[in-house]
Design a protein around this ligand. Sequence first.
Ligand SMILES: Cc1ncc(COP(=O)(O)O)c(C=O)c1O
Length: 393
Amino acid sequence: MSMSQSYTALRPEFREALKEAARLFPTPFYAYDLQVILERLERLQKAFPGAEIFYAMKANPRLGLLRRLLERGAFVEAVSLGEVYRAYKAGFQRNEVLLNGPVKTPAMLEELNRIGIPILGLDSLADLRRAIKMLPKAKVLLRVNPDLPIATHDHLATGRGESKFGILPEEVGAALEQARHSHLEVLGLHIHLGSALEHPEDYSAGYRVMDELYRTHGPFQVMNLGGGFGLGLDLGKVGTQAISLARKHSAELWLEPGRYLVAEAGVLVTRCWGVKRTRRNYLLIDAGMSQLIRPMLYGAIHPVEPLYKNPLKETYDLAGPACESGDVLARDITLPEPQEGDLLAILQGGAYASSMSSNYLDTPRPAELLWTGQNWEVIRRQQTWEALLEDEL
Ligand SMILES: Cc1ncc(COP(=O)(O)O)c(C=O)c1O
């Protein structure tokens, strides 16, 4: 299934800057265009006027990006203790961090007590009971599983009844009852329908579920409608509905966009190192599943832009360097025939690329660079060989 319906070409200035970066840094590397991130943030703020934006930092948690978003008034959504540490390090205050996630262990809650308790998104009755016991005065939201047939890849459809997320609508009343008999401060309810959603109807259906729950169990101070905005989604349509729903229930509107903000701002830059024919035609490149797992994980399709020219064209599969037959970043793409060392930019690499990267096969994590419009800022150094081994005894 295509996870990438729309495709925006690189800005010419950024494209040129990438060639310059490739002279300064070894490939592969990730590179981000700050202007695109800020422009996406503005688009969201325009489509959802007045909404509080909790950037889903799992999409890309680099401190250099978080600080930029903080400066522009965004907050963050975290899903692990590590992300909470990171958010505080970036400078977010406790009330600017929302911690979701399906499993919050006692050790995690104990540590939150020590470092500062963020707003908690409670995902199950077990989560609720543990929060009442261990963080009795926390501000919380309850995550609802709206039990809807969300149209996206199975791994991304968190709002389906069979997913592991949230509390089913029919159990929300009892959960609220428990929460309201405790000292927790219940701010409101939360849904996150899934990721890479392209159909406004999925949002309309989710919003109907929230409408009913707010009518039955409200009022609440906050309505958290999650993220999941696909790159081609009609944001205006979704925004209008979200705003009017929150207004109807006199609630603050909260959102948790990840991919929409950063995906198209980022690329993974790789070099071509040869062509090889088996029963397929492969272009051998120096980036693979260690830097970009999405194609292998859920069939994501990433557009590819060559940073070189040749009038002769050929159709290739892009073969990464891992000893895994699934390590193919794109299939059947037509490119100018490359010379050894020519550069490719793998697009839509700003979200869930670096954050899902791994050290598989002792591959050091690549450098991450931010194009400010004037210069390249290194926001993460390339990992050293020493760092790869440092935790081993
Ligand atoms: C609870 C929650 N909120 C927000 C997001 C962000 O989703 P997206 O990057 O698709 O906007 C996710 C993604 O997994 C999530 O689980």
